[in-house]
Design a protein around this ligand. Structure first.
Ligand SMILES: Cc1cc2nc3c(=O)[nH]c(=O)nc-3n(C[C@H](O)[C@H](O)[C@H](O)COP(=O)(O)OP(=O)(O)OC[C@H]3O[C@@H](n4cnc5c(N)ncnc54)[C@H](O)[C@@H]3O)c2cc1C
Ligand code: SF4
Length: 498
């Protein structure tokens, strides 16, 4: 198992309230020795927020109730799982980024190439340069999470999405806070929608109360948003200043922060999950259940199914996995909720009525709403609806994105090739500036993209060292000229308990 983070879990950012069913199957005794952050779900609250108040739902929408679930730190849970896998003989290599797929003579995937270490920004070799090794496998299982870098190439090469809709995404931004004693109610789960999102922007929050006076707080923005001025990071910071939330956080300290894309296309966007020599599982396949905002149980289930599929064969091969996954509970779960997220493309109120219908009928509608790519939903400045945001003045930390990056503890050697490849930077200062006002400066939660003016005129500056590997730029850039590639293994965020 190859992992690009410096340690297992250091690039994992999630909510996370998990459904324990698949973990019970995988590790029957886990409840006796649970992961370090693990609080049984106690009470659920679901709110519609206005700028100055809100309405609490008298009942929790079915599927969103969390009785029997657990609040965990998924990063800490992965670190807890790793030694257990190693004890069973799995070899785990953190600090190694799979930079490109390898193909055999017949064109089948036969492994991955690890990125070189010690390459300078100008491409020359620094002292200590090490060429990345090739790791060969009979079958390569891709589990890169949302918008996998190798998966993206392989979907294109093998036409895996020929019969599915384009994949969709949201961006989730999260912080972990330490609060004064007495405020936190361990096990409490708060979700909201409404303010600060306008009715045409899909947005919602979560606050999960942990043990030891800590809360995990986050905000999810659908990357199908239309307003080129929208800033997911600012929407999150505004949410923290809502009258229901600010008193909870005031006087507390932020411990850790980061951002990550969430895969939301669901059933109709699922590509073929097998190709010669390789399989897709978890979020890189697109298995997250959107109304539940839960993908961990689906990732574990699909991983187990892949393992069973491969172990059952004398000569392991990918063929047959796609049919197995589609016939499994993983897909049945996605089918039921397939129309819920696309309904919100027609606005909040239509989306809510549609959700109620789809939930009441258990997804039995004879129709399926289609998905289209997130990058082409952005309106041009001249024709944008420009919703009135009416944001409040902020006082809580962090004051801006750069201060936020500090809490992600992200580290990239500055002297390495920039891992955000922009294929045509002329577009940035001409067409994009005019048509969209350079939205990369706003959708990146880490302030990586800046249009600067110097002696040579306006140009795009890429502050690659700040990148938290969320993949939003690769998804939302309206010209699709940004490609996120793997930096040196071990670079990137060093998330603590996210
Ligand atoms: C803000 C937010 C809140 C969420 N809340 C919940 C929740 O409450 N409950 C829930 O069940 N789910 C939740 N999810 C979804 C859940 O986190 C995902 O469904 C789950 O993590 C998917 O697991 P995965 O293993 O497929 O991918 P990931 O967890 O993304 O793991 C992928 C791993 O692969 C590594 N990797 C990627 N590319 C490479 C490469 N080229 N080389 C080497 N390593 C690589 C990454 O560093 C990472 O460690 C949430 C997600 C977000 C972002
Ligand atoms: S550069 Fe791209 S991947 Fe990195 S933090 Fe910004 S939006 Fe996310």
């Amino acid at each position: 198992m190859i992992e690009k983070a410096s340690t297992i879990g250091a690039h994992i950012l999630s909510g996370a309230v998990i459904e324990p069913g698949p973990l019970d199957e995988l590790l029957p005794g886990w409840r006796d020795a649970p992961p370090p952050v693990c609080v049984p779900a106690a009470e659920d609250e679901f709110w519609f927020l206005t700028k100055t108040g809100g309405t609490k739902f008298p009942v929790i929408p079915p599927g969103m109730a969390n009785h029997g679930n657990f609040i965990v730190s998924l990063g800490a849970m992965c670190a807890w799982l790793a030694p257990q896998a190693e004890a069973l003989g799995v070899e785990i290599y953190p600090g190694f980024a799979a930079a490109e797929p390898l193909f055999d003579e017949a064109g089948a995937v036969c492994g991955v190439r690890i990125g070189d270490m010690g390459v300078a920004k100008d491409g020359s070799h620094k002292p200590g340069y090490t060429q990345g090794i090739d790791i060969k496998a009979k079958v390569t299982v891709l589990a890169e999470g949302a918008r996998g870098h190798l998966t993206k190439q392989l979907v294109r090469k093998f036409g895996l999405d020929a019969e599915s809709d384009p994949q969709n995404y949201s961006i989730g931004i999260k912080e972990l806070w330490q609060l004064p004693p007495g405020r936190v109610k361990p096990g409490k789960i708060f979700h909201s929608f409404g303010w600060p999102a306008d009715s045409m922007t899909y947005g919602g929050s979560f606050i999960y109360h942990l043990a030891d006076d800590r809360v995990a707080i986050g905000y999810v923005s659908g990357l199908d948003y239309r307003d080129p001025e929208y800033q997911p990071y600012e929407a999150f910071q505004q949410f923290k200043h809502h009258p229901l939330v600010k008193p909870l956080l005031e006087g507390g300290t932020i411990l850790s922060a980061g951002a990550r894309a969430i895969v939301t296309g669901g059933w109709q966007s699922l590509p073929k999950v097998e190709m010669p020599g390789a399989l897709l599982i978890g979020d890189t396949a697109g298995l997250l259940n959107v109304p539940k905002v839960k993908g961990t149980h689906q990732a574990i289930r699909s991983g187990m199914l892949a393992a069973e599929h491969l172990a059952a064969q004398e000569a392991p091969a990918a063929a047959g996995f796609d049919a197995k996954l589609r016939a499994s509970p993983v897909m049945a779960e996605l089918k039921k909720v397939r129309n819920i997220k696309p309904g919100f493309k027609k606005g909040l109120w239509f989306g809510l009525v549609n959700s109620a219908w789809e939930t009441a009928t258990g997804g039995l509608s004879p129709w399926t709403w289609r998905c289209k790519s997130d990058w082409n939903s952005l309106q041009k400045l001249a024709e944008a609806e420009k919703p009135k945001r009416d944001y409040v003045e902020r006082t809580l930390a962090p004051r801006d994105r750069l201060a936020g990056v500090y809490f992600a503890a992200t580290e990239h050697d500055e002297d390495q090739p920039v891992h955000l490849k922009v294929s045509n930077t002329d577009i940035c200062v001409s067409q994009c500036a005019e048509e969209y006002g350079n939205p990369c400066q706003r959708f990146c939660p880490a302030g990586v993209y800046e249009i600067v003016q110097d002696e040579q005129g306006k140009r795009l500056q890429i502050n690659a060292a700040n990148c938290v590997h969320c993949k939003t730029c690769d998804i939302k850039d309206p010209y699709q000229i940004i490609t996120w590639v793997t930096p040196e293994g071990g670079s990137g965020p060093n998330y603590q308990n996210l």
